[in-house]
Design a protein around this ligand. Structure first.
Ligand SMILES: [Mn+2]
Length: 310
């Protein structure tokens, strides 16, 4: 089911140069998407759109580095370059280029696009850097790329050696020490996040299945931060749901041991999205689903399906 690189580097670069696409990042764009966008924008003189918003780290980074991103709508442009997501998921006409490192969950998600995608890579930033490594990049762009690699690989916890090699190559080329990159993540926690984590811990339910601790819980917000915090408590897989009116968001995290035993949360949520409606996907150890219904019922379905992966 996994889609790998399907266009050549030369064909991709040629299309970027001749189509002059506007860069779109995924919804709630993270540092990986932002770093990739800044590098391509700088090298090929492309516009970047903030359509779909930025997450708190990407937002803090662009604010502190005075990076101004316009909110260009997809319907206003002839060609789109989508970064760090396997499908566009928004209304648009015209040509599409996709550079991504997620797996495409189902064939019907496939769209007419020039795809330069490799789900075996740890980050989009490393793929993009390798496309432009013969060009001189600005300092802020380099920091964003390094931060993108670090955050998407969980500081290399989930990476292969290529992520580390690319990180090293960039750091060496621009003489950047890790402490400067880590500063990017040093931003205050938003109001309510700590209490969301504590409330989620208070109401979590766990079971032991084939020697693995499976945890579920519910929050009203911050589901992915909560999932990360609970994974840090020593659990093997955690799925956190948040209900907002009839919309339910699931965020899941699995540790290496669970992934090695067969868990792939991106596939799990992708299949659930296809079966019950909604958008789901991600990586083996970190994924999300947005769907409609009752949080408790959807959590139950996810745990039942999760057990089949072991
Ligand atoms: Mn990414």
């Amino acid at each position: 089911m996994e889609s790998t690189t399907s266009t050549s580097r030369d064909e991709l670069l040629q299309a970027i140069k001749s189509w002059k696409p506007v860069i779109f990042m995924h919804e709630n764009a993270d540092l990986d998407a932002l770093g990739s966008a800044l590098a391509l924008s700088e090298v090929f003189d492309l516009k970047v759109s903030s359509f779909g918003g930025l997450d708190r780290f990407a937002k803090a980074f662009s604010e502190s580095h005075s990076i101004d991103i316009e909110e260009i709508k997809p319907s206003e442009v002839d060609a789109i370059l989508l970064l760090d997501a396997p499908t566009t998921r928004f209304q648009h006409q015209g040509r599409v280029i996709i550079i991504d490192h997620h797996s495409l969950i189902s064939q019907d998600q496939e769209e007419e696009a020039l795809r330069y995608c490799d789900p075996t890579r740890g980050s989009c930033s490393e793929m993009v850097y390798e496309l432009v490594d013969d060009k001189e990049l600005g300092h802020d762009t380099v920091i964003a790329l390094l931060a993108g690699i670090l955050s998407d690989t969980g500081s290399f916890k989930y990476s292969d050696l290529r992520s580390i090699e690319t990180y090293m190559a960039i750091s060496r080329m621009y003489s950047i020490l890790p402490k400067e990159v880590y500063e990017t993540f040093n931003i205050p926690k938003p109001k309510g996040m700590r209490s969301a984590v504590l409330k989620a811990a208070q109401r979590l339910q766990f079971e032991k299945y084939k020697g693995f601790y499976l945890v579920r819980t519910q929050v009203s917000a911050f589901e992915s931060s909560v999932a990360m915090s609970i994974l840090g408590m020593g659990t093997d897989v955690v799925i956190v749901a948040s209900q907002r009116e009839d919309e339910v968001r699931l965020s899941g995290r699995a540790n290496r041991k669970a992934v090695e035993a067969g868990v792939h949360l991106g596939n799990l949520f992708g299949e659930m999205g296809t079966e019950i409606g909604g958008d789901g996907g991600g990586h083996d150890g970190a994924a999300g689903l947005v769907t409609k219904g009752d949080a408790e019922a959807i959590l139950n379905i996810s745990i039942t399906k999760l057990k089949k992966q072991f």
